[in-house]
Design a protein around this ligand. Structure first.
Ligand SMILES: [Zn+2]
Ligand SMILES: [Zn+2]
Length: 209
């Protein structure tokens, strides 16, 4: 599968365009900021965007959902628990407080071990609660899209409402560090170290693990 990493928005979110090279069908992960540039890139590459997939429901990751859906017709996919959070009064208030456009409800909700498929691209949903109740990582073809769960040299925050440090460390240890060492880690933010890593390197060098 073809992966393009794009840094978007003022919180340096990493958005990913993931496409099937054979059919040009594609999905986008966390298109949160610079939506016009993302859609322009989709047109340049002649992609047929099927899904907008959110690693979790925090405002900095879902702020582009409404616009990208309106411009492409792609369906929004989120874990059922974060979809609930986003659509609660608390979730809508959090978006306003953080200064982001709120997201419409998900068109499709997923849970642990579901698969998201576009043509030859298949991503397995790994529920990794802790940073948020419905946070997910996506695994496909030796790649791990790790959202705000695992970063290069860091891990996600657990001091936010609805976060849990105990749940979080369990998610990372049981569901991420057990993956093959050569799995490529594509994080949800650019914290300036390296744009990607591997499970083996993080397990060995990440000071938080
Ligand atoms: Zn987050
Ligand atoms: Zn984030």
């Amino acid at each position: 599968m073809d992966i393009e990493q794009m840094k978007v928005g003022f919180m340096d979110v990493f958005c990913y365009l993931v496409a099937c090279p054979r059919t040009k069908q594609a999905l986008v992960i966390d298109p949160a900021g610079d939506e016009d540039r993302i859609v322009e890139r989709i047109k340049q590459k002649d992609l047929d965007l099927k899904y907008i997939v959110n690693t979790h429901g925090h405002p900095d990751h879902i702020s582009g959902n409404a616009k990208v859906r309106a411009l492409t017709g792609a369906k929004i996919i989120m874990h059922e628990l974060d979809d609930k959070m986003v659509n609660s009064a608390h979730g809508q208030e959090m978006a306003r407080q953080w200064g982001f456009t709120p997201s419409p409800p998900a068109d499709i909700t997923v849970k642990y071990a579901d698969q998201i498929v576009v043509a030859d691209v298949s991503l397995i949903v790994v529920h990794t609660p802790g940073h948020s109740p419905g946070g997910i990582c996506l695994i496909g073809d030796g790649n791990l899209f790790s959202g705000d769960t695992l970063f290069v040299g860091a891990i996600g925050r657990t001091d936010l409402p609805a976060a849990s440090l105990t749940q979080f460390m369990k998610s990372i240890k049981e569901r991420l560090l057990t993956l093959p060492g050569e799995t490529i880690v594509w994080p949800g933010h650019d914290y300036g170290v390296r744009p990607s890593s591997t499970i083996e390197v993080e397990a060995r060098t990440n000071p938080y693990l």
